[in-house]
Design a protein around this ligand. Structure first.
Ligand SMILES: C[S@@+](CC[C@H](N)C(=O)[O-])C[C@H]1O[C@@H](n2cnc3c(N)ncnc32)[C@H](O)[C@@H]1O
Length: 218
């Protein structure tokens, strides 16, 4: 079975376990703290999220924008796994949010997204590219870079490699793990410039044990 099919199967079986796990480690709160402080959120933004899952990053962005009085122009999001998208749709309905468009798509299939999902100011992704085969990682980044307008930014939250994540995320959640030099190399190979690692703000510093934040420009 391919890694992609494995990922779909994993998240089809465990959407609820995943939701409970991220709540327990205060991951949604950490992502929200990041966006509360980020200068990359501004009015009129066109935003694409890759691998939205049950919406931890989706709601972090949505809530931070709302709190800061920032009106987004577009918010589109996609994921590979229908079970995760169903859960996110239900949460969006519960919160009466109708402005986020969702699609089922594989990040490795460049033409899988609607044709007008282009020219984004900001593309974001959290905890998804770990499920792309290592040798296709830069390819996936390249495809997402193509969706950005010139000067657009990409922000990636991704699991770092250390003994703690190897056990908790690598084994349990069957994902790849990355070091900062590997990420820098992949972003450069995908054509990005100004690759840097801003880190988590003080309120979310506990997430540094888990992951890297990578920001880059198209
Ligand atoms: C660990 S969850 C992260 C979900 C969400 N971004 C978050 O941070 O909570 C990984 C998600 O990536 C999705 N995924 C895995 N491989 C993918 C691929 N090739 N294309 C798109 N989504 C993928 C899975 O379906 C799953 O919803």
């Amino acid at each position: 079975m391919s890694l992609t099919a494995d990922a779909r199967q994993l998240f089809t079986r465990r959407p609820d376990v995943y939701a409970r796990f991220i709540r327990a480690v205060r991951y949604p709160q950490g992502l929200r703290a990041f966006w509360r402080a980020s200068p990359l959120l501004h009015p009129g933004l066109r935003l694409l999220e890759a691998g939205c899952g049950t919406g931890a990053l989706t709601f972090a962005l949505w809530d931070a924008a709302k709190e800061r009085g920032i009106r987004l122009d577009a918010f589109d999001a996609f994921d590979l796994t229908p079970a995760m998208l169903d859960r996110l749709r239900a949460s969006l309905r519960r919160r009466r949010i109708g402005d986020i468009q969702l699609a089922e798509a594989n990040v490795l299939h460049r033409d899988a997204l609607p044709d007008d999902w282009r020219n984004y100011d900001l593309v974001v992704s959290a905890s998804m590219l770990e499920y792309v085969p290592r040798e296709r990682f830069a390819d996936a980044l390249r495809g997402l870079r193509e969706r950005l307008k010139n000067g657009g930014r990409f922000v990636l939250f991704v699991t770092r490699r250390n003994p703690f994540t190897r056990l908790l995320i690598g084994r349990w959640w069957q994902s790849n793990l990355y070091s900062a030099p590997e990420l820098t190399e992949a972003f450069r190979a995908a054509g990005f410039s100004r690759v840097h690692f801003p880190g988590f703000p003080f309120a979310a510093r506990y997430l540094s044990a888990w992951g890297h934040v990578v920001e880059a420009e198209r």
